[in-house]
Design a protein around this ligand. Structure first.
Ligand code: BG6
Length: 484
């Protein structure tokens, strides 16, 4: 067992939904696969008064479907302790430090600490300040901070948040989660692009007509109306997941797969994004929409959702044409769309290649689709001769989708990301430079939309968004490849 997987996790927000759904199962998977040393412990904190026993029951409940045996699950849950905690109270950090030091001794952890901030960002600065001031940060091991989104609500607020955190921790101790970066098929983008000469050589403006990213969800806002109505799809999905995927699809080949080199190239793309044109007519490069009730009336509209203002103008759908203003990419629009209550849950990328320039055939564009979730795999659509006389074409699809078994066995995003934190690998986390540059880009769209106070285009729930999203592409003789 390697030394560096020893760690004490301190989770702020341990009673929350994310901890239950994602974190405990992810840590359990690492335990089960022997990727976590026996020298680990978890302190869960939150306002509520819970006993260790109750907390361990909650942890057991979260891994119920994953366990090998009751004994194994119990052996895992015994590493968990609970501490009721008010993040603003210095005294509470002293108590926390005592418990942390005791567990450090008990499990021979040697000072390695991972602080997991899974609560409202308004507390991040307070928590990191106290961690440093009340000496929860150790001298003898590593000290890493995992930060959940949202990282601010615009550039200004994210900078203020970052400055506050930087008072206590350096950038190389910060792991900002963007769970899309932990997804297998998102990580696969660089492998596909840079390990296949066929693909590498055609990944350019001479061969690619346009790139399309679709992150669609069929669910509505569920219980998150309060957060979502202030956020909207632009902040919730575009600033982070969508722009991260854009950067991976278009970044220059890194000199090597080090964190610094990958980040440098991703940042270069984000910095090169052309300022978007936002108008209320068809010249706009970004369109928004909000779901109304479904055509059959069975699914309610966004304005009828719980904790959403009845006259809200918040967008539940965004589509955009992103232009990377470099000689390499200027002529290749990257179309993006994301939203709630769309026809289907799917995350995918479609690379639309140009037709050949010869008159020999009436060929259709070659297509490469990267299916991120729920299907995982790649599909390549090529022109083929139709069997029989003549020289007529028929599109043929080569498909490599991962089987359900493979998908179930492959590690979930949170599991991989937590393992990365244990190993000190920051490649699949959002660097401050990327976060800041992404905010500056989407802020321009936000500001323009905030000025359009009269109305918002509606789309019936469970369709693929407003018609404006189709016009965005048809103006350039393009069309969405993925049609639910
Ligand atoms: C989160 C958003 O970051 O991503 C959610 O806050 C969204 O609103 C989710 O539902 C989508 O993630 P995934 O992995 O289900 O595509």
């Amino acid at each position: 067992m390697s030394q560096d997987t020893k760690a004490l996790f301190i989770i702020f927000g341990a009673t929350g939904d994310l901890a239950h759904r994602k974190l405990y199962p992810a840590i359990y998977h690492l335990f089960k696969k022997n990727m976590l040393s026996e020298s680990f412990a978890v302190i869960g904190t939150a306002r509520r008064e819970w006993s260790d026993e109750h907390y361990q029951e909650v942890v057991l409940d979260s891994i119920e479907d994953l366990t090998e045996s009751k004994e194994h699950a119990k052996a895992f849950a015994e590493h968990f302790r609970y501490q009721s905690h008010n993040v603003k109270d210095s005294e509470h950090y002293h108590t926390l430090k005592e418990l942390a030091d005791t567990l450090d001794d008990e499990y021979s952890i040697e000072g390695n600490r991972i602080f997991y901030l899974s609560m409202s960002p308004s507390f991040f600065g307070t928590i990191t300040h106290h961690l440093r001031e009340q000496s929860l940060v150790t001298d003898n091991g590593f000290n890493r901070v995992i930060i959940e989104k949202p990282f601010g609500t615009d550039f200004e607020s994210s900078k203020a948040l970052n400055d506050e955190i930087n008072d206590s921790f350096d950038e190389d101790q910060l792991y900002r989660i963007d769970h899309y970066l932990g997804k297998e098929m998102v990580q696969n983008i660089l492998a596909l692009r840079f390990s296949n000469r066929l693909i590498e050589n055609s990944w350019n403006k001479d061969s690619i007509s346009n790139i399309q990213i679709t992150l669609s969800e069929d669910l509505g806002v569920e219980e998150r109306g309060e957060y979502y109505d202030k956020s909207g799809a632009l902040r919730d999905m575009v600033q982070n997941h969508v722009l991260q995927v854009v950067s991976l699809l278009t970044m220059t080949k890194p000199a090597s797969f080090t964190t610094d080199n990958v980040r440098k190239e991703k940042l270069a793309i984000l910095k090169a994004l052309k300022d978007p044109v936002i108008t209320q007519d068809e010249n706009t490069e970004f369109v928004r929409g909000q779901y109304a009730s479904s055509e059959d009336g069975a699914t309610k509209g966004y304005r009828q959702e719980d904790k959403v203002a009845p006259d809200t103008l918040t967008e539940t759908f965004v589509a955009g044409k992103i232009i990377i203003d470099t000689d390499e990419w200027r002529d290749v629009p990257v179309y993006i769309r994301t939203g709630k209550r769309l026809a289907e849950k799917t995350s995918r990328v479609d690379i639309v290649f140009k037709s050949t320039e010869s008159d020999l055939f009436n060929d259709q564009p070659t297509l490469l689709s990267v299916l991120i979730s729920p299907d995982e795999g790649i599909e390549l659509t090529l022109n083929n001769k139709n069997i029989g006389p003549g020289m007529h074409l028929k599109p043929t699809q080569l498909s490599n989708l991962r089987s359900e078994d493979t998908r179930e066995e492959s590690p979930e995003a949170y599991e991989k990301l937590i393992l990365d934190v244990l190993n000190g690998d920051e490649t699949h986390f959002a660097h401050w430079g990327e976060v800041a540059t992404s905010w500056k880009y989407v802020d321009q769209v936000r500001r323009a939309w905030d000025g359009f106070t009269d109305s918002i285009p509606f789309y019936p729930a469970l369709t693929m968004g407003p018609k404006e999203a189709d016009t965005l592409l048809s103006q350039q003789d393009h069309s969405w490849i993925y049609k639910a």
